[in-house]
Write a protein that binds this ligand. Structure first.
Ligand SMILES: Cc1cc2nc3c(=O)[nH]c(=O)nc-3n(C[C@H](O)[C@H](O)[C@H](O)COP(=O)(O)OP(=O)(O)OC[C@H]3O[C@@H](n4cnc5c(N)ncnc54)[C@H](O)[C@@H]3O)c2cc1C
Length: 567
Protein backbone atom coordinates (compact mmCIF):
# COMPACT_ATOMS: atom_id res chain seq x y z
CA UNK A 1 0.00 0.00 0.00
CA UNK A 2 1.22 3.51 -0.85
CA UNK A 3 2.07 5.61 2.18
CA UNK A 4 2.91 9.15 3.17
CA UNK A 5 4.05 10.65 6.43
CA UNK A 6 3.34 13.93 8.23
CA UNK A 7 3.63 15.18 11.78
CA UNK A 8 -0.11 15.62 12.08
CA UNK A 9 -3.01 14.16 10.12
CA UNK A 10 -6.28 16.03 10.56
CA UNK A 11 -9.50 14.29 9.55
CA UNK A 12 -12.24 16.58 8.22
CA UNK A 13 -12.10 20.08 6.73
CA UNK A 14 -14.85 21.59 8.89
CA UNK A 15 -14.56 24.12 11.70
CA UNK A 16 -12.75 21.87 14.15
CA UNK A 17 -10.49 20.23 11.58
CA UNK A 18 -9.41 23.39 9.79
CA UNK A 19 -8.72 25.23 13.06
CA UNK A 20 -6.67 22.28 14.31
CA UNK A 21 -4.74 22.09 11.04
CA UNK A 22 -4.15 25.83 10.98
CA UNK A 23 -2.83 25.78 14.54
CA UNK A 24 -0.64 22.74 13.84
CA UNK A 25 0.68 24.32 10.64
CA UNK A 26 1.40 27.60 12.39
CA UNK A 27 3.22 25.76 15.16
CA UNK A 28 5.61 24.41 12.55
CA UNK A 29 4.20 20.89 12.31
CA UNK A 30 3.97 19.25 8.88
CA UNK A 31 0.23 18.79 8.59
CA UNK A 32 -2.29 17.42 6.10
CA UNK A 33 -6.10 17.47 6.14
CA UNK A 34 -8.03 14.55 4.68
CA UNK A 35 -11.60 15.39 3.73
CA UNK A 36 -14.17 12.82 2.69
CA UNK A 37 -16.24 15.10 0.47
CA UNK A 38 -15.20 17.33 -2.40
CA UNK A 39 -15.85 20.37 -0.21
CA UNK A 40 -14.33 22.27 2.65
CA UNK A 41 -16.44 23.69 5.46
CA UNK A 42 -18.77 20.82 6.42
CA UNK A 43 -21.58 21.87 8.74
CA UNK A 44 -19.59 24.90 9.74
CA UNK A 45 -19.97 26.34 6.23
CA UNK A 46 -23.70 25.60 6.22
CA UNK A 47 -24.22 27.22 9.59
CA UNK A 48 -25.29 30.62 10.82
CA UNK A 49 -21.68 31.16 11.87
CA UNK A 50 -22.55 32.18 15.41
CA UNK A 51 -19.78 31.62 17.96
CA UNK A 52 -20.36 31.58 21.72
CA UNK A 53 -17.04 32.30 23.37
CA UNK A 54 -17.51 34.67 26.31
CA UNK A 55 -14.96 37.45 26.74
CA UNK A 56 -13.64 37.37 23.17
CA UNK A 57 -12.14 40.38 21.37
CA UNK A 58 -15.31 41.21 19.42
CA UNK A 59 -17.42 41.24 22.57
CA UNK A 60 -14.82 43.41 24.28
CA UNK A 61 -14.85 45.84 21.34
CA UNK A 62 -18.62 46.09 21.64
CA UNK A 63 -18.46 46.71 25.39
CA UNK A 64 -20.17 43.38 26.05
CA UNK A 65 -17.78 41.90 28.59
CA UNK A 66 -18.88 42.65 32.13
CA UNK A 67 -16.19 42.97 34.81
CA UNK A 68 -17.18 39.63 36.35
CA UNK A 69 -18.02 37.92 33.05
CA UNK A 70 -15.36 35.20 33.28
CA UNK A 71 -16.74 34.04 36.63
CA UNK A 72 -20.33 34.43 35.49
CA UNK A 73 -19.72 32.38 32.34
CA UNK A 74 -18.29 29.60 34.50
CA UNK A 75 -21.25 29.82 36.86
CA UNK A 76 -23.54 29.59 33.81
CA UNK A 77 -21.97 26.38 32.49
CA UNK A 78 -21.87 25.01 36.05
CA UNK A 79 -25.61 25.62 36.26
CA UNK A 80 -26.78 24.44 32.84
CA UNK A 81 -24.24 21.70 31.98
CA UNK A 82 -23.29 20.59 35.47
CA UNK A 83 -21.77 17.21 36.13
CA UNK A 84 -22.57 15.86 32.66
CA UNK A 85 -19.16 17.21 31.66
CA UNK A 86 -16.06 17.53 33.90
CA UNK A 87 -15.62 21.06 35.20
CA UNK A 88 -12.00 21.22 34.08
CA UNK A 89 -13.11 20.76 30.47
CA UNK A 90 -15.82 23.42 30.70
CA UNK A 91 -13.50 25.87 32.44
CA UNK A 92 -10.68 25.25 29.95
CA UNK A 93 -13.09 26.10 27.16
CA UNK A 94 -13.94 29.42 28.76
CA UNK A 95 -10.37 30.21 29.87
CA UNK A 96 -8.77 29.51 26.48
CA UNK A 97 -11.58 30.51 24.11
CA UNK A 98 -10.73 34.21 23.80
CA UNK A 99 -7.12 33.36 22.90
CA UNK A 100 -8.31 31.00 20.15
CA UNK A 101 -10.49 33.76 18.71
CA UNK A 102 -7.41 35.98 18.60
CA UNK A 103 -5.40 33.23 16.94
CA UNK A 104 -8.08 32.99 14.22
CA UNK A 105 -8.16 36.77 13.84
CA UNK A 106 -4.38 36.91 13.52
CA UNK A 107 -4.05 33.99 11.09
CA UNK A 108 -7.11 34.35 8.84
CA UNK A 109 -9.23 37.08 7.33
CA UNK A 110 -12.28 36.26 9.48
CA UNK A 111 -13.35 39.08 11.76
CA UNK A 112 -16.13 38.67 14.27
CA UNK A 113 -18.68 41.12 15.54
CA UNK A 114 -21.24 41.01 18.37
CA UNK A 115 -24.76 39.94 17.43
CA UNK A 116 -26.71 42.59 19.36
CA UNK A 117 -28.94 41.24 22.10
CA UNK A 118 -28.94 37.63 20.86
CA UNK A 119 -29.59 36.32 24.35
CA UNK A 120 -27.96 33.28 25.90
CA UNK A 121 -30.42 30.44 25.47
CA UNK A 122 -31.06 30.09 29.21
CA UNK A 123 -30.38 33.68 30.26
CA UNK A 124 -32.29 33.54 33.53
CA UNK A 125 -30.09 30.75 34.90
CA UNK A 126 -27.16 31.81 37.13
CA UNK A 127 -24.52 33.59 35.06
CA UNK A 128 -26.75 33.81 31.97
CA UNK A 129 -26.64 36.99 29.92
CA UNK A 130 -29.75 38.54 28.38
CA UNK A 131 -27.75 40.76 26.01
CA UNK A 132 -25.94 37.66 24.81
CA UNK A 133 -22.34 36.59 24.21
CA UNK A 134 -22.64 35.56 20.60
CA UNK A 135 -20.55 36.88 17.73
CA UNK A 136 -20.77 36.28 13.99
CA UNK A 137 -18.36 36.90 11.10
CA UNK A 138 -18.31 40.23 9.32
CA UNK A 139 -19.26 39.51 5.66
CA UNK A 140 -16.17 39.13 3.49
CA UNK A 141 -15.22 39.44 -0.15
CA UNK A 142 -13.81 35.98 -0.87
CA UNK A 143 -12.11 36.62 -4.19
CA UNK A 144 -8.80 36.03 -2.42
CA UNK A 145 -9.55 32.31 -2.34
CA UNK A 146 -9.57 32.09 -6.15
CA UNK A 147 -10.53 28.77 -7.72
CA UNK A 148 -10.53 27.04 -4.37
CA UNK A 149 -13.86 28.78 -3.69
CA UNK A 150 -15.47 26.16 -5.94
CA UNK A 151 -14.83 23.69 -3.10
CA UNK A 152 -16.93 25.63 -0.57
CA UNK A 153 -19.60 23.33 0.85
CA UNK A 154 -23.00 23.96 -0.81
CA UNK A 155 -25.30 26.10 1.34
CA UNK A 156 -27.99 24.74 3.60
CA UNK A 157 -30.41 27.06 1.87
CA UNK A 158 -29.79 29.58 -0.86
CA UNK A 159 -30.86 33.16 -0.15
CA UNK A 160 -33.00 34.61 -2.95
CA UNK A 161 -30.91 36.51 -5.53
CA UNK A 162 -27.77 35.54 -3.58
CA UNK A 163 -28.48 38.21 -1.00
CA UNK A 164 -25.93 38.28 1.80
CA UNK A 165 -27.71 38.34 5.13
CA UNK A 166 -26.10 38.35 8.55
CA UNK A 167 -27.70 36.92 11.69
CA UNK A 168 -28.44 40.44 12.89
CA UNK A 169 -30.12 41.23 9.53
CA UNK A 170 -32.18 38.05 9.67
CA UNK A 171 -33.76 39.02 12.98
CA UNK A 172 -35.06 42.27 11.49
CA UNK A 173 -36.12 40.78 8.16
CA UNK A 174 -38.08 37.98 9.86
CA UNK A 175 -40.45 40.66 11.19
CA UNK A 176 -41.53 41.63 7.66
CA UNK A 177 -42.87 45.16 7.67
CA UNK A 178 -43.94 45.14 11.32
CA UNK A 179 -41.22 47.65 12.12
CA UNK A 180 -39.35 50.04 9.86
CA UNK A 181 -36.18 48.04 10.53
CA UNK A 182 -37.39 45.19 8.28
CA UNK A 183 -37.74 47.18 5.04
CA UNK A 184 -34.67 49.28 5.85
CA UNK A 185 -32.55 46.18 6.40
CA UNK A 186 -33.89 44.62 3.21
CA UNK A 187 -33.03 47.79 1.28
CA UNK A 188 -29.50 47.78 2.77
CA UNK A 189 -29.00 44.11 1.89
CA UNK A 190 -30.20 44.65 -1.68
CA UNK A 191 -28.06 47.72 -2.14
CA UNK A 192 -25.00 45.85 -0.93
CA UNK A 193 -25.78 43.05 -3.37
CA UNK A 194 -26.02 45.51 -6.26
CA UNK A 195 -22.74 47.13 -5.23
CA UNK A 196 -21.05 43.74 -5.01
CA UNK A 197 -22.32 42.85 -8.49
CA UNK A 198 -21.11 46.17 -9.89
CA UNK A 199 -17.64 45.75 -8.39
CA UNK A 200 -17.28 42.02 -8.97
CA UNK A 201 -17.04 41.22 -5.28
CA UNK A 202 -17.90 37.74 -4.05
CA UNK A 203 -19.44 38.34 -0.68
CA UNK A 204 -20.04 35.66 1.95
CA UNK A 205 -21.40 35.81 5.50
CA UNK A 206 -22.26 33.53 8.41
CA UNK A 207 -20.70 30.03 8.41
CA UNK A 208 -19.43 30.48 4.87
CA UNK A 209 -17.20 33.32 6.04
CA UNK A 210 -15.67 31.21 8.83
CA UNK A 211 -15.01 28.32 6.45
CA UNK A 212 -13.54 30.52 3.73
CA UNK A 213 -11.34 32.35 6.21
CA UNK A 214 -9.99 29.13 7.70
CA UNK A 215 -9.43 27.61 4.26
CA UNK A 216 -7.35 30.60 3.16
CA UNK A 217 -5.51 30.36 6.47
CA UNK A 218 -4.50 26.82 5.51
CA UNK A 219 -3.34 27.97 2.09
CA UNK A 220 -1.22 30.67 3.73
CA UNK A 221 0.17 28.19 6.27
CA UNK A 222 1.03 25.69 3.52
CA UNK A 223 -1.31 22.98 4.84
CA UNK A 224 -2.81 20.86 2.02
CA UNK A 225 -6.40 19.59 2.02
CA UNK A 226 -6.98 16.25 0.29
CA UNK A 227 -10.55 16.09 -0.97
CA UNK A 228 -12.49 12.88 -1.68
CA UNK A 229 -10.31 11.18 0.90
CA UNK A 230 -12.19 9.31 3.60
CA UNK A 231 -10.87 8.06 6.92
CA UNK A 232 -11.56 4.33 7.17
CA UNK A 233 -9.38 3.18 10.05
CA UNK A 234 -6.88 4.40 12.58
CA UNK A 235 -3.47 2.79 12.59
CA UNK A 236 -2.28 1.66 16.02
CA UNK A 237 1.21 0.50 16.96
CA UNK A 238 2.20 -0.34 20.53
CA UNK A 239 -1.01 1.18 21.83
CA UNK A 240 -0.39 4.51 20.09
CA UNK A 241 -2.30 5.93 17.10
CA UNK A 242 0.32 6.45 14.41
CA UNK A 243 -1.74 7.28 11.36
CA UNK A 244 -4.83 6.64 9.30
CA UNK A 245 -6.01 4.40 6.49
CA UNK A 246 -7.96 6.44 3.96
CA UNK A 247 -9.76 5.71 0.74
CA UNK A 248 -9.38 8.20 -2.04
CA UNK A 249 -12.07 8.21 -4.69
CA UNK A 250 -11.41 10.17 -7.86
CA UNK A 251 -14.04 10.27 -10.55
CA UNK A 252 -13.66 7.66 -13.24
CA UNK A 253 -10.95 5.68 -11.44
CA UNK A 254 -10.95 2.96 -8.84
CA UNK A 255 -10.87 3.81 -5.15
CA UNK A 256 -7.33 3.84 -3.80
CA UNK A 257 -6.62 2.71 -0.25
CA UNK A 258 -3.73 4.55 1.30
CA UNK A 259 -1.86 4.82 4.57
CA UNK A 260 -0.95 8.23 5.92
CA UNK A 261 1.31 8.06 8.92
CA UNK A 262 1.33 10.70 11.64
CA UNK A 263 4.58 11.10 13.54
CA UNK A 264 2.99 13.25 16.24
CA UNK A 265 -0.75 12.75 16.23
CA UNK A 266 -4.08 12.32 14.48
CA UNK A 267 -6.80 14.89 15.12
CA UNK A 268 -10.36 13.84 14.33
CA UNK A 269 -12.57 16.72 13.23
CA UNK A 270 -14.90 14.59 11.18
CA UNK A 271 -18.24 15.86 12.49
CA UNK A 272 -21.19 13.89 13.79
CA UNK A 273 -23.24 10.96 12.52
CA UNK A 274 -26.37 12.88 11.54
CA UNK A 275 -26.48 11.38 8.07
CA UNK A 276 -26.07 7.75 9.10
CA UNK A 277 -29.55 6.26 9.45
CA UNK A 278 -28.27 3.04 10.96
CA UNK A 279 -26.46 4.87 13.77
CA UNK A 280 -29.44 7.19 14.29
CA UNK A 281 -31.74 4.19 14.67
CA UNK A 282 -29.34 2.55 17.07
CA UNK A 283 -28.44 5.56 19.21
CA UNK A 284 -30.97 8.39 19.00
CA UNK A 285 -34.53 8.45 20.33
CA UNK A 286 -37.12 7.35 17.78
CA UNK A 287 -38.57 8.14 15.41
CA UNK A 288 -35.60 9.70 13.71
CA UNK A 289 -34.49 10.31 10.16
CA UNK A 290 -31.49 11.60 8.27
CA UNK A 291 -34.02 13.54 6.21
CA UNK A 292 -34.77 15.73 9.20
CA UNK A 293 -31.16 16.84 9.64
CA UNK A 294 -29.77 20.06 8.20
CA UNK A 295 -26.23 18.79 8.80
CA UNK A 296 -23.69 18.12 6.06
CA UNK A 297 -24.56 14.92 4.13
CA UNK A 298 -20.97 13.66 4.44
CA UNK A 299 -21.20 13.51 8.25
CA UNK A 300 -21.88 9.81 8.67
CA UNK A 301 -19.93 9.02 11.81
CA UNK A 302 -16.71 7.69 10.24
CA UNK A 303 -14.52 9.25 12.94
CA UNK A 304 -16.74 7.95 15.73
CA UNK A 305 -16.58 4.40 14.37
CA UNK A 306 -12.82 4.54 13.82
CA UNK A 307 -12.31 5.92 17.33
CA UNK A 308 -14.42 3.29 19.05
CA UNK A 309 -12.65 0.58 17.05
CA UNK A 310 -9.41 1.54 18.83
CA UNK A 311 -11.00 1.57 22.27
CA UNK A 312 -12.27 5.14 22.72
CA UNK A 313 -15.02 5.78 25.25
CA UNK A 314 -18.18 7.57 24.09
CA UNK A 315 -20.77 9.80 25.72
CA UNK A 316 -23.98 11.71 24.95
CA UNK A 317 -24.67 9.48 21.95
CA UNK A 318 -28.42 9.70 22.52
CA UNK A 319 -28.41 13.47 22.10
CA UNK A 320 -28.04 15.96 19.26
CA UNK A 321 -28.03 19.65 18.47
CA UNK A 322 -31.76 19.25 18.05
CA UNK A 323 -34.29 21.66 16.69
CA UNK A 324 -37.93 21.57 15.63
CA UNK A 325 -37.75 21.21 11.87
CA UNK A 326 -40.05 21.17 8.85
CA UNK A 327 -39.34 18.59 6.19
CA UNK A 328 -39.87 20.67 3.07
CA UNK A 329 -39.81 18.86 -0.28
CA UNK A 330 -36.20 17.82 -0.82
CA UNK A 331 -34.73 19.55 2.24
CA UNK A 332 -35.09 20.11 5.95
CA UNK A 333 -35.85 23.59 7.30
CA UNK A 334 -34.61 24.35 10.79
CA UNK A 335 -37.06 26.58 12.68
CA UNK A 336 -35.53 29.64 14.29
CA UNK A 337 -37.71 32.74 14.39
CA UNK A 338 -40.97 31.14 13.26
CA UNK A 339 -41.70 29.35 16.56
CA UNK A 340 -41.06 32.42 18.67
CA UNK A 341 -43.07 34.95 16.70
CA UNK A 342 -46.47 35.66 18.23
CA UNK A 343 -49.67 34.12 16.86
CA UNK A 344 -48.66 30.48 16.67
CA UNK A 345 -48.64 27.43 18.91
CA UNK A 346 -47.35 23.87 18.65
CA UNK A 347 -49.65 20.95 19.54
CA UNK A 348 -49.34 17.18 19.81
CA UNK A 349 -51.70 14.54 18.41
CA UNK A 350 -54.07 15.21 21.30
CA UNK A 351 -54.41 18.81 20.09
CA UNK A 352 -52.67 20.11 23.20
CA UNK A 353 -49.73 22.44 23.74
CA UNK A 354 -46.92 20.76 25.63
CA UNK A 355 -44.17 23.37 25.92
CA UNK A 356 -43.25 27.00 25.66
CA UNK A 357 -42.96 27.06 21.87
CA UNK A 358 -40.21 29.70 22.08
CA UNK A 359 -37.87 27.40 24.05
CA UNK A 360 -34.29 27.15 22.79
CA UNK A 361 -34.22 24.51 20.09
CA UNK A 362 -32.44 21.68 21.94
CA UNK A 363 -34.81 22.01 24.89
CA UNK A 364 -37.85 22.25 22.57
CA UNK A 365 -36.94 18.98 20.90
CA UNK A 366 -36.23 17.29 24.22
CA UNK A 367 -39.82 18.27 25.15
CA UNK A 368 -41.04 16.74 21.90
CA UNK A 369 -39.30 13.40 22.54
CA UNK A 370 -40.27 13.42 26.24
CA UNK A 371 -43.87 13.86 25.10
CA UNK A 372 -43.54 11.07 22.56
CA UNK A 373 -42.35 8.77 25.35
CA UNK A 374 -45.67 9.27 27.19
CA UNK A 375 -47.45 7.33 24.46
CA UNK A 376 -49.23 10.35 22.93
CA UNK A 377 -47.82 11.05 19.50
CA UNK A 378 -45.68 14.20 19.41
CA UNK A 379 -43.84 13.29 16.21
CA UNK A 380 -45.01 14.93 14.13
CA UNK A 381 -46.29 17.88 16.08
CA UNK A 382 -48.23 20.64 14.38
CA UNK A 383 -47.57 24.34 14.44
CA UNK A 384 -50.91 26.12 14.21
CA UNK A 385 -51.27 29.73 13.08
CA UNK A 386 -53.75 31.99 11.37
CA UNK A 387 -53.83 34.33 8.41
CA UNK A 388 -52.76 37.29 10.53
CA UNK A 389 -49.53 35.48 11.47
CA UNK A 390 -49.02 34.42 7.85
CA UNK A 391 -49.45 37.96 6.59
CA UNK A 392 -47.03 39.39 9.10
CA UNK A 393 -43.87 37.32 9.17
CA UNK A 394 -41.25 35.59 7.08
CA UNK A 395 -41.90 31.83 7.26
CA UNK A 396 -39.37 29.25 6.07
CA UNK A 397 -37.97 31.84 3.70
CA UNK A 398 -41.39 32.86 2.31
CA UNK A 399 -42.29 36.51 2.91
CA UNK A 400 -45.55 37.43 4.64
CA UNK A 401 -48.61 37.44 2.30
CA UNK A 402 -46.64 35.53 -0.33
CA UNK A 403 -48.39 32.17 -1.00
CA UNK A 404 -46.64 28.99 0.11
CA UNK A 405 -45.50 26.81 -2.81
CA UNK A 406 -48.29 24.44 -3.94
CA UNK A 407 -45.94 21.50 -3.49
CA UNK A 408 -45.83 22.13 0.29
CA UNK A 409 -49.58 21.51 0.46
CA UNK A 410 -49.40 18.56 -1.92
CA UNK A 411 -46.70 16.87 0.14
CA UNK A 412 -48.67 17.42 3.36
CA UNK A 413 -46.06 19.72 4.90
CA UNK A 414 -48.72 22.39 5.31
CA UNK A 415 -52.47 22.04 5.70
CA UNK A 416 -54.89 24.95 5.39
CA UNK A 417 -58.56 25.13 6.30
CA UNK A 418 -61.20 27.83 6.73
CA UNK A 419 -61.87 26.96 10.38
CA UNK A 420 -60.04 25.30 13.24
CA UNK A 421 -62.61 22.50 13.20
CA UNK A 422 -61.92 21.78 9.55
CA UNK A 423 -58.20 21.97 10.17
CA UNK A 424 -58.44 19.45 13.01
CA UNK A 425 -60.50 17.09 10.84
CA UNK A 426 -58.00 17.24 7.99
CA UNK A 427 -55.15 16.46 10.36
CA UNK A 428 -57.03 13.80 12.32
CA UNK A 429 -56.70 15.82 15.56
CA UNK A 430 -59.53 15.96 18.16
CA UNK A 431 -61.26 19.15 17.08
CA UNK A 432 -62.87 20.07 20.41
CA UNK A 433 -59.49 19.73 22.11
CA UNK A 434 -57.72 21.84 19.49
CA UNK A 435 -60.36 24.58 19.70
CA UNK A 436 -60.14 24.58 23.51
CA UNK A 437 -56.34 24.80 23.32
CA UNK A 438 -56.51 27.77 20.97
CA UNK A 439 -59.19 29.47 23.07
CA UNK A 440 -57.12 29.12 26.24
CA UNK A 441 -54.00 30.34 24.44
CA UNK A 442 -55.89 33.35 23.05
CA UNK A 443 -56.82 34.25 26.62
CA UNK A 444 -53.13 34.20 27.56
CA UNK A 445 -52.36 36.38 24.55
CA UNK A 446 -54.89 38.95 25.76
CA UNK A 447 -53.72 38.93 29.36
CA UNK A 448 -50.05 38.73 28.36
CA UNK A 449 -49.36 35.78 30.69
CA UNK A 450 -48.91 32.24 29.46
CA UNK A 451 -50.08 30.51 32.62
CA UNK A 452 -49.24 27.07 31.25
CA UNK A 453 -45.73 27.44 29.82
CA UNK A 454 -44.55 31.00 30.55
CA UNK A 455 -43.86 31.88 26.93
CA UNK A 456 -42.47 35.36 26.46
CA UNK A 457 -40.98 35.60 29.94
CA UNK A 458 -37.38 34.72 29.07
CA UNK A 459 -35.12 37.25 27.36
CA UNK A 460 -34.45 34.52 24.79
CA UNK A 461 -38.17 34.22 23.95
CA UNK A 462 -38.16 37.93 23.25
CA UNK A 463 -35.27 37.91 20.78
CA UNK A 464 -37.33 36.61 17.85
CA UNK A 465 -40.59 38.18 18.97
CA UNK A 466 -42.59 41.11 17.66
CA UNK A 467 -42.00 44.26 19.76
CA UNK A 468 -45.16 45.85 18.37
CA UNK A 469 -47.35 43.14 19.93
CA UNK A 470 -48.65 43.97 23.42
CA UNK A 471 -48.90 43.11 26.27
CA UNK A 472 -46.58 40.10 25.59
CA UNK A 473 -44.43 40.36 22.46
CA UNK A 474 -44.34 36.56 22.13
CA UNK A 475 -48.11 35.98 22.34
CA UNK A 476 -50.88 36.95 19.91
CA UNK A 477 -54.30 35.36 19.44
CA UNK A 478 -54.96 32.83 16.69
CA UNK A 479 -58.36 33.86 15.44
CA UNK A 480 -58.55 34.92 11.80
CA UNK A 481 -59.01 32.22 9.18
CA UNK A 482 -57.92 30.54 7.12
CA UNK A 483 -55.90 28.54 9.63
CA UNK A 484 -52.67 26.71 8.92
CA UNK A 485 -50.93 23.66 10.38
CA UNK A 486 -47.31 22.87 9.63
CA UNK A 487 -45.92 19.42 10.34
CA UNK A 488 -42.98 19.62 12.76
CA UNK A 489 -40.39 16.88 13.22
CA UNK A 490 -37.44 16.55 15.61
CA UNK A 491 -34.58 17.58 13.35
CA UNK A 492 -31.03 18.59 14.14
CA UNK A 493 -28.03 20.69 13.18
CA UNK A 494 -25.82 17.66 13.73
CA UNK A 495 -25.21 15.18 16.52
CA UNK A 496 -23.40 16.03 19.76
CA UNK A 497 -22.47 12.64 21.20
CA UNK A 498 -19.08 11.21 20.42
CA UNK A 499 -15.63 10.25 21.64
CA UNK A 500 -14.80 11.22 25.19
CA UNK A 501 -11.96 13.74 25.35
CA UNK A 502 -10.16 15.59 28.11
CA UNK A 503 -9.44 19.30 28.41
CA UNK A 504 -6.50 18.89 26.02
CA UNK A 505 -8.77 17.25 23.41
CA UNK A 506 -7.03 13.89 23.93
CA UNK A 507 -9.28 10.90 23.32
CA UNK A 508 -9.85 8.73 26.39
CA UNK A 509 -10.61 5.09 26.98
CA UNK A 510 -13.43 3.88 29.19
CA UNK A 511 -10.99 3.64 32.14
CA UNK A 512 -10.00 7.29 31.68
CA UNK A 513 -6.55 6.60 30.23
CA UNK A 514 -5.38 8.53 27.18
CA UNK A 515 -5.16 6.91 23.76
CA UNK A 516 -1.74 8.25 22.82
CA UNK A 517 -1.61 10.05 19.50
CA UNK A 518 -5.39 10.49 19.13
CA UNK A 519 -7.31 13.76 19.50
CA UNK A 520 -10.86 14.82 18.69
CA UNK A 521 -12.76 18.11 18.46
CA UNK A 522 -16.16 19.28 17.26
CA UNK A 523 -19.09 16.94 16.79
CA UNK A 524 -17.00 13.77 16.57
CA UNK A 525 -16.30 14.35 20.26
CA UNK A 526 -18.77 14.32 23.10
CA UNK A 527 -20.00 17.90 23.57
CA UNK A 528 -18.50 20.12 26.27
CA UNK A 529 -22.02 21.57 26.54
CA UNK A 530 -23.47 18.27 27.74
CA UNK A 531 -27.18 17.90 27.08
CA UNK A 532 -27.82 21.58 26.55
CA UNK A 533 -26.86 24.56 24.37
CA UNK A 534 -25.61 27.71 26.15
CA UNK A 535 -26.33 30.28 23.47
CA UNK A 536 -26.04 31.03 19.77
CA UNK A 537 -22.68 29.64 18.67
CA UNK A 538 -22.39 27.00 21.37
CA UNK A 539 -21.30 24.28 18.95
CA UNK A 540 -18.89 26.07 16.64
CA UNK A 541 -17.17 27.72 19.60
CA UNK A 542 -16.05 24.38 21.10
CA UNK A 543 -15.11 23.02 17.66
CA UNK A 544 -12.68 25.91 17.17
CA UNK A 545 -11.32 25.91 20.71
CA UNK A 546 -10.69 22.19 21.12
CA UNK A 547 -9.36 21.92 17.54
CA UNK A 548 -6.77 24.52 18.50
CA UNK A 549 -6.00 22.88 21.85
CA UNK A 550 -5.45 19.51 20.18
CA UNK A 551 -2.79 21.01 17.91
CA UNK A 552 -1.24 22.84 20.83
CA UNK A 553 -1.00 19.64 22.85
CA UNK A 554 0.69 17.83 19.99
CA UNK A 555 3.13 20.69 19.49
CA UNK A 556 4.02 20.98 23.16
CA UNK A 557 3.98 17.44 24.46
CA UNK A 558 5.73 15.34 21.92
CA UNK A 559 9.03 16.98 21.16
CA UNK A 560 10.11 19.57 18.62
CA UNK A 561 8.51 20.12 15.26
CA UNK A 562 9.87 18.41 12.19
CA UNK A 563 9.90 19.79 8.70
CA UNK A 564 7.87 18.88 5.65
CA UNK A 565 5.60 16.00 4.76
CA UNK A 566 6.94 12.93 2.97
CA UNK A 567 4.93 11.82 -0.03
C1 LIG B 1 -28.16 25.25 9.15
C2 LIG B 1 -27.21 25.18 10.30
C3 LIG B 1 -27.01 26.32 11.08
C4 LIG B 1 -26.15 26.25 12.18
N1 LIG B 1 -25.86 27.40 12.87
C5 LIG B 1 -24.95 27.36 13.87
C6 LIG B 1 -24.50 28.55 14.51
O1 LIG B 1 -24.85 29.67 14.12
N2 LIG B 1 -23.62 28.43 15.54
C7 LIG B 1 -23.17 27.21 15.98
O2 LIG B 1 -22.41 27.15 16.93
N3 LIG B 1 -23.54 26.06 15.36
C8 LIG B 1 -24.38 26.12 14.30
N4 LIG B 1 -24.70 24.98 13.63
C9 LIG B 1 -24.06 23.71 14.05
C10 LIG B 1 -22.60 23.71 13.61
O3 LIG B 1 -22.53 24.08 12.26
C11 LIG B 1 -21.91 22.36 13.81
O4 LIG B 1 -22.20 21.84 15.08
C12 LIG B 1 -20.38 22.55 13.69
O5 LIG B 1 -20.10 23.26 12.51
C13 LIG B 1 -19.68 21.23 13.69
O6 LIG B 1 -18.32 21.44 13.37
P1 LIG B 1 -17.35 20.20 13.13
O7 LIG B 1 -16.03 20.78 12.76
O8 LIG B 1 -17.44 19.26 14.25
O9 LIG B 1 -17.99 19.45 11.89
P2 LIG B 1 -18.18 19.90 10.36
O10 LIG B 1 -18.02 21.38 10.20
O11 LIG B 1 -19.43 19.29 9.92
O12 LIG B 1 -16.95 19.23 9.66
C14 LIG B 1 -16.81 17.84 9.56
C15 LIG B 1 -16.06 17.53 8.27
O13 LIG B 1 -15.58 16.19 8.34
C16 LIG B 1 -15.78 15.55 7.09
N5 LIG B 1 -15.80 14.10 7.30
C17 LIG B 1 -16.81 13.36 7.80
N6 LIG B 1 -16.46 12.06 7.86
C18 LIG B 1 -15.19 11.97 7.39
C19 LIG B 1 -14.29 10.90 7.17
N7 LIG B 1 -14.60 9.62 7.49
N8 LIG B 1 -13.08 11.15 6.62
C20 LIG B 1 -12.73 12.44 6.29
N9 LIG B 1 -13.56 13.49 6.47
C21 LIG B 1 -14.77 13.27 7.03
C22 LIG B 1 -17.07 16.14 6.62
O14 LIG B 1 -17.23 15.97 5.22
C23 LIG B 1 -16.95 17.60 7.04
O15 LIG B 1 -16.33 18.37 6.05
C24 LIG B 1 -25.51 25.03 12.50
C25 LIG B 1 -25.68 23.91 11.69
C26 LIG B 1 -26.51 23.98 10.58
C27 LIG B 1 -26.67 22.77 9.71
Amino acid sequence: MEYEEYDVVVVGAGGAGMTAALAAGRKGLATVVVEKSSYFGGNTARSGGGVWIPGNYALRAAGQVDADDADRAKAYLDAIVGDDVPKVRRDTYLDRGPEVMEFIRDNTRVRFTWVPDYADYLPERPGGRAAGRSVEPVPMDARFLGEELAHLHPPYTKAPANLIVTQADFRKISLGIRTIKGPLTMAKVMLKRLLAMATGKRMYAMGNAIAIGLRQGLVDAGVPVRYDTELKELLVEDGRVVGVIVEHASSGSATVRREIRARRGVILGSGGFEHNQELRDKLLPRPTSTEWSTGAPSNTGGGLLAGTAVGAATDLLEDAWWGPTIRLPGRAWFFLAERNLPGSIIVNAAGRRYMNEALPYVEATHAMYDGEATGISHVPSYMIFDQTYRNRYLFAGIAGRQPFPGRWYKDGVITRAPSLTDLAERLGLPSAELSATVERFNGFARSGVDEDFHRGESAYDKYYSDPTVKPNCSLAPIERGPFYAVKIVPGDLGTKGGLVTDERARVLREDGTVIEGLYAAGNVSSAVMGHTYPGPGGTIGPALVFGYLAAEDIATSTGSASVGGRA
